[in-house]
Write a protein that binds this ligand. Structure first.
Ligand code: GDP
Length: 314
């Protein structure tokens, strides 16, 4: 497929996982690397949770919950019920089989393994043959700035349901933290880099904030896919965040946000009227159906993105 094109995708959770599944369907493992945001990671009940990594891993393993897009299909929640009964912190919903992932990951990290290695072991065991790369082995947690002060990402996102106004986003320890050697190698190796339709501020920006990543992307062929369709996010607070931080929720606002790295941008058919504005930024535009409820749509969009990427590479 795609004439041996080497592709590296940058992904958050749900939207990223959908396109990653389509890409993984079309490309053999030798042609695809998937770099995943770890800015959402946090410690919960003594365990290290990596929500975006797990969403992408479960999706590629074919076991993600089709209802939520995260967690494991058909999982039970006995532990969570026990926590509720004990008045414990049940605000973050963790299923029982999902818990096994967090227990093992935490155990292996405590034994000194890198998150990259832990992810490789977990994903391989679950049958994922493509390479999933956490953006960093060291914590670089996303912190959101709100009128109520600074909040850790999961407190804002899950506990406070993304309701506080967003005034800014920052990364606690990112200054000086680089991506892993595997991530930098995957970026240098790629013929085309894809920004999946993930939340710009809290899924893609954390990866770009790592030392050296943005500069590498500026020298590469980078294709983005809009997470905003018709002015709205398919799921989650991306549109609200765009409105609050950029003053406009649209595919054009996403393109503008990433204009320093984008070569091309894929927007939905309903947004075709925005194409001239995006082209004026010096970014090539492809118009396509971009909603991906199921595998067919994911594969179809991945195919369009790969064809666009091949053509732009020339
Ligand atoms: P999170 O970390 O779980 O929030 O996941 P992401 O950041 O990867 O994905 C959230 C974004 O995915 C939201 O902005 C959604 O609008 C977008 N998204 C979800 N499903 C789709 C889809 O089918 N098509 C497109 N274009 N975007 C989607």
């Amino acid at each position: 497929m795609a004439d041996g094109l080497r592709v590296t995708a940058l992904a958050g959770g749900v939207g990223g996982a959908k396109l990653a599944e389509g890409l993984a369907y079309l490309l053999p493992p030798a042609q695809l690397r998937i770099i995943v945001n770890t800015g959402d990671d946090f410690e919960h009940l003594g365990l290290t949770l990596c929500p975006d990594l797990d969403t992408v891993m479960y999706t590629l393993a074919g076991i993600a919950s089709s209802e939520t897009g995260w967690g494991i299909e058909g999982d039970s929640f006995h532990c969570l019920a026990g926590l509720e009964r004990l008045d414990g912190p049940a605000w973050f919903r963790v299923g029982d089989r999902d818990l096994a992932t967090h227990l093992l990951r935490t155990e292996w990290l405590r034994q000194g393994a890198r998150l990259t290695e832990v992810t490789r072991r977990l994903s391989t065991t679950l049958g994922v043959s493509h390479s999933l790369l956490p953006m960093s082995d060291r914590p670089c947690r996303t912190i959101v700035v709100t009128p109520d002060g600074e909040l850790p990402f999961q407190t804002y996102f899950v506990k406070r349901k993304a309701r506080p106004q967003l005034m800014g986003v920052r990364w606690d320890a990112t200054m000086g933290i680089g991506a892993t050697p595997e991530v930098m190698a995957a970026l240098a190796w790629a013929d085309v880099i894809i920004l999946c339709p993930s939340n710009p501020f809290v899924s893609i920006d954390p990866i770009l904030a790592l030392h050296g990543v943005r500069d590498t992307l500026k020298e590469s062929h980078v294709i983005g896919v809009s997470p905003i369709i018709g002015g709205e996010a398919v799921k989650g607070p991306a549109a609200k965040m765009l409105q609050e931080l950029e003053g406009e929720a649209s595919a054009a606002a996403v393109a503008t946000h990433f204009q320093d790295v984008l070569t091309g941008f894929v927007i939905d058919c309903v947004d075709s009227g925005l194409a001239p504005r995006i082209r004026d930024l010096g970014i090539d535009v492809e118009v396509s159906e971009t909603l991906m409820p199921g595998l067919d749509e994911r594969v179809a969009l991945a195919g369009r993105v790969l064809a666009f990427g091949s053509a732009l590479r020339g």
